[in-house]
Design a protein around this ligand. Structure first.
Ligand code: GLA
Length: 393
């Protein structure tokens, strides 16, 4: 674990300065339930976690931005001038902060000086815990703080999504940036992705913990398959719109869907839409269960969510299915499901405190037997959203 003092001396040696930079943090996220519903105008139920990205920054007198990541030391210090912030393949990971900087400026905020920024993240990359949205948002709060921009949080979240969609070219929804920007310690966020209305729900898992299980599977095809699922849902919506006046699948109840699903001519698209509609209903039900302290009921919805993602949305795969299905059979597990986009990445499970060690051992033995390598286990503490932390330590 790095301390702020560690990171500060790293900053001072990389950028050759004796001054103390300001420190900002943005978490990663898990999603409790409501998967692949955000871009379908439905609800999601994510929470920000205590793993995340630190950014230390200091203004410069010229117009240069210099970016350095302790996670990618091989790329060295990457420079960009305020007058040219276009996407550049060779800038690698620094395109995320560059994109954020560009869109914040384009939104009318005045940034006339450069800055030196050092990043350090402890979210496993490519694990589906939103390391990229975390870099976007930590850059957002850093620029906001260093340049006194007084930005409102939801527009900042939306600029993060715009970076992903337009600058990087991944057609993702609003969930990740929202969870990371709006997160609150010990709370999950029920978000209506159509209206962006949201409410916090206290997470009280009683004598259970939320385990995060990383499949350690690299998600190479995730981008294209993700965009394909989006397109299939859009095609299904178009078919339904021949008779229904709706603007998103998220507006449909399961009843209305059942009565009208014959309008969706392609069988695969019909399954995709079915997932989106039923998953949205499950997400609303999950909030109620959690509010009533019905963890058993909540766990059951997690199981149904995974089954739907496996059978109808088809985004799970051998690695996630092996972990999740093994978890369902363990003593002391209330529920388990994949979290995030799928195709690899992480699963989550609600595990009884005293069963955690046994859970890890059993799941890993089964997983190793099937895929030939280990899974990694983390316990999820639900932390705050993106913010400055230099003043707290
Ligand atoms: C990724 C995307 C999100 C969301 C999830 C699936 O994390 O970035 O917008 O669509 O997949 O729920």
């Amino acid at each position: 674990m790095r301390t702020i003092a560690n990171l500060t001396s790293e900053f001072q040696s990389i950028f050759i300065t004796t001054e103390t930079p300001r420190t900002f943090f943005a978490p990663g996220r898990i999603n409790l339930i409501g998967e692949h519903t955000d871009y379908n105008g439905g609800h999601v139920f994510p929470a920000s976690i205590s793993y995340g990205t630190y950014a230390l920054g200091q203004k410069r007198d010229d117009q240069k931005f210099r970016f350095y990541s302790m996670n990618f030391p091989e790329t060295g210090v990457i420079e960009a001038d305020l007058s040219n912030l276009t996407f550049n393949e060779s800038d690698n990971w620094a395109n995320y902060p560059k994109g954020m900087l560009l869109y914040i400026k384009e939104a009318g905020h005045e940034i006339t000086q450069g800055a030196d920024i050092l990043y350090y993240g402890n979210i496993p990359n490519g694990a589906g815990l939103s390391s990229s949205a975390s870099i976007e948002l930590v850059t957002g709060v850093l620029l906001d703080g260093l340049f006194d921009l007084n930005m409102e949080r939801i527009p900042m979240v939306q600029l993060g999504q715009k970076v992903e969609n337009q600058y990087i070219g991944v057609n993702s929804g609003i969930m990740d940036q929202f969870a990371i920007g709006i997160g609150k310690k010990d709370h999950a966020i029920l978000l209506d992705c159509e209206t962006l209305e949201y409410q916090y729900a206290p997470i009280n898992m009683k004598d259970h913990v939320i385990m995060i299980i990383n499949t350690n599977k690299q998600r190479t095809l995730a981008g294209s398959k993700y965009n394909e699922r989006r397109a299939q849902c859009e095609a299904a919506l178009k078919d339904l719109q021949r008779e229904l006046s709706i603007t998103s699948l998220g507006e449909l109840t399961t009843d209305t869907f059942e009565k009208n699903k014959h309008l969706i001519t392609n069988e695969i698209n019909q399954k995709r839409a079915k997932h989106a509609v039923y998953e949205n209903a499950r997400t609303l039900e999950a909030l109620e269960k959690l509010q009533r302290g019905d963890l058993q009921g909540f766990g059951k919805l997690m199981i149904e969510s995974h089954q739907s993602l496996r059978d109808d949305y088809e985004v799970t795969g051998l690695e996630l299915d092996t972990i999740v299905q093994a978890a369902w059979k363990q003593d002391g597990v209330l529920g388990a499901r994949m979290t995030g986009a799928g195709f690899g990445g992480c699963a989550i499970a609600l595990v009884r405190n005293e069963k955690v060690e046994e859970f890890k051992e059993n799941i890993n033995a089964i997983y190793h037997e099937v895929v030939g390598y280990n899974a990694t286990f983390y316990t999820a503490a639900i932390g705050d959203g993106a913010k400055e932390i230099s003043k707290e330590d």
